[in-house]
Design a binder for this molecule. Structure first.
Ligand code: COI
Length: 367
């Protein structure tokens, strides 16, 4: 299916019981991640005989699913993560949403699901952001958007479903990590791996996150915020965290991040930071980095900083690394200056506070 053709029109059924303004403002006072949701959702359905149809904006609410819906059995599901921001001059903007639309279809192909034309993906996101624009918090917060698609055919045979539901929900969010801007502590998983070559690591499918949960629970039990996975073949090369990519900052100021290579999620934040760093004249290498080298470089002082990045996490300094046989701090254990600069450069563009020479910011509503 061609990703650029067709443009659905959305029937809008406004929520008859929206959250009262005072209640929303009170909730905005204590934002975490993914617990509060806006009044509406965008829905589009797909059927093998009809293609994409039934696009609508409706009150956010539960789906009625048959217990034999194939997603409940074989996990045919993919998703995206993106954010809407309110700029200081009053515009509502998205950051590189075309990248999410494109990656969504890459995930769809890997999971034998129908591709949604990029124009329809973007229209669904923008319609929802427009109707729920008042759900974008002021200041540091943003409106996290979660487009997703799942197999909804009532059928227990193991083959691609003949029916799907695409949906976008919106959640006002504050910091992903409870400690806010404080450097995070990560746990190196030496027993569990996330993805093998030829598997689904490159796709943004729920199954990858399900497979990470036991390792993430181990990380939490060790007092860590996140887990970092090593490669599946040799258990040696650093790949990515449970829900974000990783960068290392060397003593010469250069950055290093593991290469995509088929097992790592191609993060939009990762890609944007590589471009921003190169624009600032920094050297960025996409090269394999072993856990042994990481330990040696921290001991010798060659490694100065490390950070995690993703849409939800933005850019989060890594202060401490814990593993079965020990623990080490990176630098003085606090977020380093290069990490802070990269975060500020990215956030500045996302929030319309800095020039956007690449045209990454897309306005949904004007000032
Ligand atoms: C994101 O950063 O948007 C993610 O999808 C990571 C996680 C919250 C699952």
């Amino acid at each position: 299916m061609n990703a650029d053709s067709s443009r659905l029109s959305f029937a809008v059924k406004t929520n008859a019981n929206p959250m009262p303004e005072a209640e929303r403002q009170a909730a905005f006072g204590n934002l975490g991640f993914g617990t509060l949701f806006s009044d509406h959702m965008a829905v589009i359905r797909w059927h093998a005989d009809k293609g994409w149809h039934g696009a609508e904006i409706v009150a956010r609410g539960p789906f009625a699913l048959d217990p034999a819906s194939s997603v409940l059995h074989y996990a045919q599901e993919i998703f995206e993560g993106m954010k809407a921001y309110r700029t200081e001059d009053g515009r509502t903007v998205l950051f590189r949403p075309e990248e999410n639309a494109r990656r969504f279809n890459e995930s769809a192909r890997r999971m034998a699901m129908p591709e949604l034309p990029e124009a329809d993906f973007l229209a669904a996101v923008e319609e929802l952001v427009r109707i729920d624009a008042k759900w974008i918090p002021q200041g540091e917060g943003s409106l996290y958007l979660r487009p997703f698609m799942f197999a909804s055919e009532t059928f227990l045979g193991v083959r691609p479903s003949r029916e799907y539901i695409f949906c976008v929900i919106a959640s006002p969010v504050g910091p992903y990590f409870k400690g806010g801007a404080k450097a995070v502590k990560i746990w190196v998983s030496q027993n569990y791996t996330r993805a093998a070559l030829g598997g689904t690591g490159v796709a943004k499918c729920g199954g990858n996150y399900a497979a990470s949960l036991v390792a993430q629970a181990e990380a939490s039990a060790q007092g860590c915020d996140q887990v970092v996975f090593l490669d599946a073949a040799e258990h040696r090369w650093v790949e990515e965290l449970g829900g974000m990519n990783i960068f290392f900052v060397m003593e010469d100021g250069s950055l290093l991040t593991p290469p995509l290579g088929g097992t790592i999620l191609p993060g939009v934040t990762r890609k944007s930071l590589i471009a921003l760093a190169r624009d600032q004249g920094l050297t960025v290498r996409e090269e394999r980095y072993s856990f042994d080298q990481w330990k040696a470089d921290v001991a010798s002082g060659r490694l100065r900083e490390a950070f995690a990045c993703g849409t939800a996490a933005v850019v989060a300094g890594i202060g401490t690394v814990k593993f079965a046989d020990g623990e080490f701090a990176i630098g003085d254990g606090a977020t380093g200056p290069v990490t802070t600069r990269m975060r500020e450069a990215l956030v500045g563009i996302q929030r319309g506070q800095r020039p956007d020479p690449q045209g990454w910011v897309r306005a949904v509503t004007g000032a």
